[in-house]
Every structure is written in C-alpha cells, then in structure tokens.
Design a protein around this ligand. Structure first.
Ligand code: UDP
Length: 235
C-alpha cells in the first residue's frame, strides 16, 4: 500500500446521487468500497459534505442570514454521516462518527486524539458538522482534519467528474483534464473544484490532494495501492 493513513472527503452530492437527500444504493456502494480499503489495513477517516441538503451560500441567496444558513449546512452533513456509518457497519467495519457541533445522542464530539486511537484500532472515523463554524467549507475542514490526524494524503472523492479540468467539462466539451497540478497553478487559474482556502491550507502544510471519481467502483483502492488516477495537486 502506498499510504498508511488517508483522509477521504465525500461531497454531499455523492450521497444524493445528484438529487436532494440520501440515495441508499449509492451510499451502500461507496461504503463497500471504503470497507474493502479499511480491510486492506489502511487507516481511513472521512469528512462528509452536505451540499445534497443545504449550502449556506444558496440559502443566503434566498434571503437567509449567512451564519444561520451555514449552521443548517453543517447539520445536513451529520445526516450523511449517519447514513454512511450505517452502511459501513453493515459492510463489516466498526465505525465512529465525531461531530464538530456536539450532539451526544447521535455521535461522539470531535476529539482528535480519540479519533487517532479509533484509526489505530482499525475503525473507520467519520467527521461531521464541518468545522462547527460558519463561513468555512467541508473541503477546508477536510484539509484541516487530514493535517491534524496526520493523514498522508487528502482524497477528494467526486460524483460526475473524474478530476480537475481547465474549464467546466459539463458545459465545455473541449475542457482539458490535468493529471497533476501545483497548488500555485490551481490558485492562479482560480479553479473551483475545491475552494481556495482548502488549497492554500494544503499548500502551506504540503498536503497532497487527489481529485478522483467515485462513479468508478474500486477507485479508492486503486489510489491507496499507488495507482495514479484523477488529478494530483501538490507542491
Ligand atoms: N459549512 C459551514 N462550515 C463548515 C463546513 C460547512 O458553515 O466548516 C456549511 C456551509 O454552508 C456549506 C454547507 O455546510 O455550504 C455544506 O458543506 P459543503 O458545501 O462544503 O458540502 P459539499 O459541497 O462538500 O457537499
């Protein structure tokens, strides 16, 4: 295996299969993929997005205060966490959810040292509720959590796209995919696959990021085994 400990970021859109809410078939299939990586001995932590329920920026456009809208966004991520936990446990992997907003009935609070102990014991750890703070994205939280728990790479799992392109491939069929890209190039091109705060944090602490598609089963396993797929963003 190329890595001992990885942080996987799952966008909210992955959970809904492109729609609002959670599609159990999609979550089940992703859980099977994660379970087989955990069984191979790689320590896996996951940061979950919430765009399939609410995005603060969109609610703000509808007239809501941004901070309250962002809290709704963070709460949405927790529903995805519970769905993922359920299917990962059904796939045979002991799983703990830790949330940045305390909600003791459904999850542990975020305690980084405890998260690391879970990982050492072969448990999957899922981080929910973002950072607990408005004005952040779960991409940025993924970079922060990866650094704090000492993950060697940040795996950015996407739905409907298989990497970073120089333009939106959904609207521009001529868009070109990058195999690799430096942090500075990414920022200079103002690309939007992950937000700039996440990329600049990864750059400051030299955390490599791999953007890849979750639509092809087995991709997470391929990356942890050392295969180059998608787009790698590095120094
Ligand atoms: N959010 C937040 N603080 C955080 C993480 C997330 O306020 O630390 C809110 C924000 O409104 C965001 C929403 O939660 O739009 C859902 O997260 P995100 O958009 O990052 O999810 P994804 O795009 O990965 O589905």
């Amino acid at each position: 295996m190329a890595y001992k400990r990885v942080l996987l970021k799952l966008s909210g859109e992955v959970f809904g299969g492109g729609a609002v809410g959670v599609d159990p078939r999609v979550v089940s299939s992703i859980s099977e993929q994660i379970a087989s990586v955990v069984r191979s001995g790689v320590q896996v932590a996951v940061v979950v997005g919430g765009g399939n329920f609410f995005r603060g920026a969109e609610l703000q456009q509808g007239g809501m205060d941004r901070d309250r809208a962002d809290y709704m966004g963070m709460l949405g991520t927790v529903m995805n966490c519970l769905a993922l936990q359920d299917f990962c446990e059904k796939a045979g992997v002991d799983t703990r959810v830790q949330t940045a907003i305390t909600m003791g009935q459904v999850a542990e609070p975020y305690i980084p040292r405890k998260a690391e102990r879970h990982l050492e014991k072969g448990r999957l750890v899922i981080f929910g509720a973002g950072s607990g703070m408005p004005y952040f994205s779960t991409d940025t939280v993924a970079a922060q959590r990866a650094l704090e728990i000492g993950a060697e790479v940040l795996l950015m799992g996407k739905q409907g796209t298989d990497g970073v392109y120089d333009d939106d491939p959904r609207t521009n069929p001529q868009a070109k995919k990058f195999t690799e890209l430096t942090y500075d190039d990414y920022l200079a091109r103002d690309l939007k696959v992950a937000d700039a705060t996440a990329i600049s944090m990864a750059r400051d602490y030299m955390l490599p990021m791999v953007f890849f598609s979750l639509d092809t089963p087995g991709n997470i396993e391929r990356i942890v085994a050392g295969e180059t797929i998608g787009t790698t963003v590095h120094a």
